[in-house]
Design a protein around this ligand. Structure first.
Ligand SMILES: NC(=O)C1=CN([C@@H]2O[C@H](COP(=O)(O)OP(=O)(O)OC[C@H]3O[C@@H](n4cnc5c(N)ncnc54)[C@H](O)[C@@H]3O)[C@@H](O)[C@H]2O)[C@@H](O)CC1
Ligand SMILES: Nc1ncnc2c1ncn2[C@@H]1O[C@H](COP(=O)(O)OP(=O)(O)OP(=O)(O)O)[C@@H](O)[C@H]1O
Length: 424
């Protein structure tokens, strides 16, 4: 046999061996994920039992025979005022409604008039309502865990011009508690991103001829993907990003789309339309672009909540986070507003902190048992976690650095902001 033929055969065999390896690895990861979900739900049950025990010690019940509370969250938090009835069904009187039962009742084919807006403002009452749900989804840090269990997050972005954005997103995912952060970027961006941090795993594949296949190999190991930070708008990169979104959808992986990824969605909404594990995080400019692409008319900016809700519905009840003075989070059926105090400092990169951390929050929310979010859409809970965290980081960093505050200063605050919001 000629040397050439031998080489060909060798290559064929090694490709086969590699394929087998990935197939086995995928099966192993599926088993591992299932075990992790069961473990997580057992831990949650134990915590809930402990909560009940503590609650009964701290507040002795006047009626010892009363039914015990099913969870940490006081039942009153499940019932919130129905806000702005004029936006919803006019026949609905302002009333108190039960969140869990309402969520189940609301179907995907809801008419605009039937949409009931629920506005949680992150004043005292919003904190009380949604922050405990975020807390329920956060995996406890225990000695029983192995590396990877708390999140393997992929960032699709990073090109010659933008290396900071994917770095901010990837490091933020790690700093909130994900175990591994992968950046899939262009060849020339990779050494730069690697040089910022040894903690990131950087794949220089996004502009390679077989980019999609290279990245797809990793998808079985990823718990969520964040598409867009520093992606740029070159056709070839957008095409590869689009294909990665399609393949992530086939695997049910939560997909967060930000920055230039939203440019792609404005051009081809079908890439994410209707995917219930998709979350878009536009700033106002990106939002306007998306709105006008979907509705073919200029955005009426007098009512941001209504416009956000309309866009979410047009995109098949996708979760939208419209960032701004207050962050508006909606899946078309429910609206949360996060107005956690931040600061007047608007340096670039804050949105990357938000989308990167959302990668971790989304994985946690989607892998939690449904009673952890009390029937609320996990995307909404995750988005609320990430927006309140980003704004709290901004506030704390501004307190220390004033007008010199940059996104790196905000990243330094993640641990203490996280503790303050979710662990105190
Ligand atoms: N250090 C880095 O590498 C950074 C890179 N970034 C990347 O830069 C690329 C382009 O992002 P851009 O955000 O500039 O996108 P665009 O090129 O779409 O620009 C949006 C423009 O809108 C303006 N804008 C934002 N909010 C506004 C509002 N409420 N009202 C009026 N104007 C508003 C901004 O100043 C910006 O000039 C993305 O890939 C992004 O990820 C940014 O994430 C910032 C940090
Ligand atoms: N006017 C504001 N007041 C308070 N917080 C704000 C304001 N505008 C934006 N934010 C907060 O800043 C964060 C990032 O939003 P921003 O609009 O800067 O995103 P972006 O433009 O996509 O960021 P990036 O620079 O990463 O591309 C969000 O968490 C949002 O809550």
């Amino acid at each position: 046999m000629s040397l050439e033929k031998l080489m060909e055969k060798f290559l064929e065999q090694s490709m086969e061996a590699e394929d087998n390896f990935y197939r086995l690895e995928e099966q192993r990861l599926q088993v591992e994920d299932k075990r992790r979900e069961e473990e997580h739900s057992r831990e949650l049950q134990m915590l809930q039992m402990l909560g009940q025990i503590f609650a009964s010690i701290r507040t002795p019940s006047p009626a010892p025979t009363a039914t015990p509370q099913p969870s940490f969250i006081p039942q009153t938090n499940l019932t919130v005022p129905l806000a702005r009835p004029s936006l919803g069904n006019r026949n609905h009187p302002p009333a108190l409604i039960d969140f869990a039962s309402h969520s189940q009742a609301a179907g995907p084919g809801l008419l605009m008039e039937e949409v009931i807006e629920r506005s949680f403002s992150l004043g005292t009452s919003g904190m009380d309502n949604v922050i405990p749900l975020v807390r329920n989804t956060i995996p406890p840090l225990t000695s029983k865990k192995h590396k990877g269990q708390d999140g393997r997050i992929g960032i699709i972005g990073g090109c010659q011009e933008y290396t900071g954005a994917p770095f901010f997103a990837a490091i933020s995912a790690l700093k909130v508690g994900a175990d591994l952060s992968h950046v899939f970027c262009t060849k020339d961006a990779a050494p730069v991103i690697k040089s910022y941090s040894p903690e990131l795993i950087v794949h220089p594949v996004l502009d390679s001829p077989n980019a999609v296949e290279e990245i797809e190999k990793w998808l079985p190991r990823l718990h969520s993907v964040v598409v867009g930070p520093g992606l740029g708008r070159e056709d070839m990169l957008l095409k590869n990003a689009k294909e990665i979104v399609e393949r992530s959808k086939l695997r049910g992986i939560p997909v967060i789309i930000d920055a230039d990824g939203l440019w792609l969605v404005a051009k081809e909404p079908s890439v994410i339309q209707g995917y219930q594990r998709g979350i878009l995080t536009p700033n106002f400019m990106e939002f306007t672009r998306l709105y006008e692409a979907m509705h073919h008319e200029p955005l009426d900016s007098s009512d941001h909540k209504r416009s956000a809700q309309q866009l979410s519905i047009a995109l098949g009840h996708l979760t939208l986070v419209l960032k701004g003075e207050e962050d508006i989070i909606t899946d078309g059926k429910n609206i949360l507003t996060c107005s956690q105090e931040g600061s007047g400092r608007r340096c670039g990169g804050q949105g990357d902190l938000l989308s990167g951390s959302l990668g971790a929050f989304a994985h946690w929310a989607f892998s939690s048992p449904s009673d952890a979010t009390k029937g609320m859409n996990p995307s909404l809970v995750a988005a609320f976690g990430a927006t309140s965290l980003t704004r709290q980081c901004n506030r704390q960093a501004f307190h220390k650095h004033g007008r010199s505050t940059t996104t790196s200063d905000m990243i330094q605050e993640i641990n203490s902001a996280f503790k303050k919001l979710f662990e105190s």
